[in-house]
Design a protein around this ligand. Structure first.
Ligand code: ADP
Ligand code: MG
Length: 257
């Protein structure tokens, strides 16, 4: 188990580097005109330095949960606390990677320009990029090994390169919490494996990585913890125990077996 005392917390203002806690209490959220909540009764706690997979069948509420955590959708009930304070007060701590189908890839923008967008929240209304901003963009491009692609248009990237470009934007933001919706979609097996290892490294440096994920067979290889969802929370805990057959059955029914 990784502890923030043992490593550097990116973006952490706290010089003591204590492990930051994300505490989610009795969260529920309902779409306008929907009869029932898309998610309800979600409660869990996790510290930075960890990877968490949100798992469940299609329509289970994975994207909804990530959207509520990201502050894009308001909850009807419950609260999301980051170190005891409402997470929406510290939005810059959170980087959100939307599901691929939600991304506008026709927008004419280079990889570097995309990654620079990660710095915008820190710049203020008329701010221009300073030395620190440029350094963070370079570091993010380097970490994701996409330096050589920085002048390419995003529309010209492969699926794996595109995921790396969006992850680099999240890193450039110096966010503490990465919320990634279906980051493995469209990747071949080697690409998925290298992304899985990368997420572990990003968490090891002190971030909290939360991603929706589908592959029950290898989730415990890449994620420390798993939350099994089917509108309601069906199980939560360390990956191997949470993915016990009776829990999978509770979330997926016969489909997951
Ligand atoms: P998942 O990401 O696990 O596939 P979602 O969070 O996208 O699930 O969806 C959860 C539920 O909310 C589903 O029943 C879905 O039909 C519904 N839903 C998702 N987005 C909307 C929306 N924009 N408006 C109304 N209902 C939605
Ligand atoms: Mg989804």
């Amino acid at each position: 188990m990784v502890n923030c005392r043992d490593h550097v917390c990116w973006g952490a203002a706290d010089p003591n580097h204590h492990p930051h806690e994300l505490l989610v209490r009795r969260l529920s959220a309902t779409y306008a005109r929907a009869e029932r909540p898309a998610i309800s009764g979600i409660s869990f706690s996790i510290h930075c330095g960890h990877t968490l997979a949100i798992m469940g069948p299609n329509g289970a509420g994975k994207s909804t949960l990530l959207n509520v955590l990201a502050g894009i959708m308001p909850p009807d009930e419950g609260e999301v606390l980051w170190d005891g304070h409402p997470l929406h007060n510290t939005r810059r701590e959170v980087a959100w990677l939307p599901q691929r189908s939600e991304m506008d890839l026709s927008f004419p923008i280079t990889v570097r320009e995309l990654v620079e967008m990660g710095r915008y929240p820190a710049l203020g209304a008329w701010g221009s990029m300073g030395e620190h901003d440029v350094n963070m963009v370079n570091k993010a491009l380097h970490t994701l090994e996409i330096d050589s692609l920085q002048r390419r248009q995003i529309a010209e990237l492969s699926g794996g390169q595109l995921q790396r470009a969006f992850l680099a934007r999240a890193l450039a933001q110096e966010a503490h919490i990465l919320l990634l919706d279906e980051p493995f979609t469209g990747l071949d097996a080697p690409g998925a494996h290298s992304l899985g290892l990368l997420l572990g490294e990003l968490a090891h440096e002190g971030r909290l990585v939360i991603a929706s994920y589908h592959d029950i067979s290898n989730a415990s290889q890449y994620f420390d913890s798993v939350l099994l969802l089917h509108c309601e929370q069906r199980a939560y805990g360390r990956s191997a125990e949470t993915l016990a057959p009776q829990n999978i059955n509770r979330a997926y029914g016969a489909v997951g077996l």
